[in-house]
Design a protein around this ligand. Sequence first.
Ligand code: 0RQ
Length: 472
Amino acid sequence: MSGFTAAGYPKAVPLAMARRIEDAHGRGEKFAVQIWSGASTGPELDGALAKADGIEFRMPYNSDPTARDKINSGKIEYLDMHLSQVAPMVWEGFLGTEDIAVIEVTGIRADGSLIPSTSVGNNKTWIDRAQKVILEVNRWQNPALEGMHDIYYGTALPPHRVPIPLVKPDDRIGEPWFRCDPDKVIAVVETDAPDRNQTLPPPDTQAQAIAGHLLEFLHHEVSMGRLPSNLLPLQSGVGSVANAVLAGLQTSSFPPMTAFTEVIQDSMLDLLLTGKLASASSAALCLGPEAMQRLTDNMAELHDRIILRPQEISNHPELIRRLGCIAMNGMIEADIYGNVNSTHVMGSRIMNGIGGSGDYARNAYISIFTAPSTARNGAISTIVPHVSHVDHITQDVQVLVTDQGLADMRGLSPKRRASLVIENCAHPDFRPLLKDYFDRALRESYGLQTPTLLSEALSWHQRFIDSGSMHV
Ligand code: 0RQ
């Protein structure tokens, strides 16, 4: 299925499949499918199929609440993958065969090539690898999207890989359309329905505080000569905090910046509109209804400054390292040593998935993770003795930011990281508890490289499960 962050996903075929699956279940027949996508999709796809118990296996990313519940209740097998690795692994043959690709497009050209929709995601690979293709032509999508996309056909498998010829974030290295063998197309379905992205709420005070600390840090890095005055290409993750951080950049005095990222959320569009951003490269346009209207109203101005790419390119380690991206991603929790959990609540319940955060974090020029210092109305500390699940190891995490402050951990050994994170990032309600844990770990730990009290390291999470709070 096409689709990346609820943009450009098919809206009719999955609903029809869900009805057929429900009918089959009503007759006592087994019927469920394996769904591969770019990233998250909308309620007409993951929502409807999950509700019908029609998904047996899902990869590589989900943020639909119904599908999330089914995953967490053990009804859907979910493979949460680095987004850059999906297409290569399909080509390498590691993930099995692909039967049918269902792809939303903006239009079909006379020569059979396809005008992509609001996301590119893995569509190039899905179309190339599928045995059969179903196209949904969505007339709701703006025809002026044509020409924004840059579909690179130069990837190969080892030992034939060559450098990807992209050296600036706004370089165009491919073609505006997908190639598609017309003989594979078994159906064309016309639709007229919007992507179902919500308008993000205005930043709350915690998000504003996080944005403030981050902006101060970026200014400091420029003043130290470690970043150019217009920074380096920005990557920004999903969610309300990421959106708030970008909104904060609206008040900054940096000369026009660039973005090399995987989602363009509402605030990033606004940075393009005010000229704070010169260009943005992404795998999808993840815009709420009002922001989508702003894009339509300003299409002539924005068309050539937005480049939509396959996710294997937008998230490619080679390109992220070459360009020196500043990676800014949200997290569920971090521990005092700087390991980050982006995905699992209390170690076992998935929220969304790692998405592209790992692609960017490991390869970035500076890797930054953000979160409010507490969650669930203060019951949970997002700074904990030990993360309950690891997505990003301490070596991939350089800067942590909460509403309390920022910990720049670059060049610091674990014990120094811990002191700084507790002091700068932990909420005052939890700081004494963390200090107490760390002090005792310094005395009682088996080793003193990364002092840890094994019997206590995850006790905060267990306390929350038992009592509904991490407070003692
Ligand atoms: O729950 O929705 O029930 O209220 O997590 O938390 O604070 O609103 O933050 O929207 O920025 O999302 C990590 C999930 C943060 C996101 C995550 C609960 C909290 C709330 C959301 P509710 P916030 P955000 C590019 C990069 C991984 C993928 C990624 C994410 C909900 O940033 O999915 O980075 N990242 N991709 O209550 C229990 C904690 C919690 C917690 C937060 N410690 N314990 N619950 N929550 N912290 C994009 C792509 O890859 C496609």
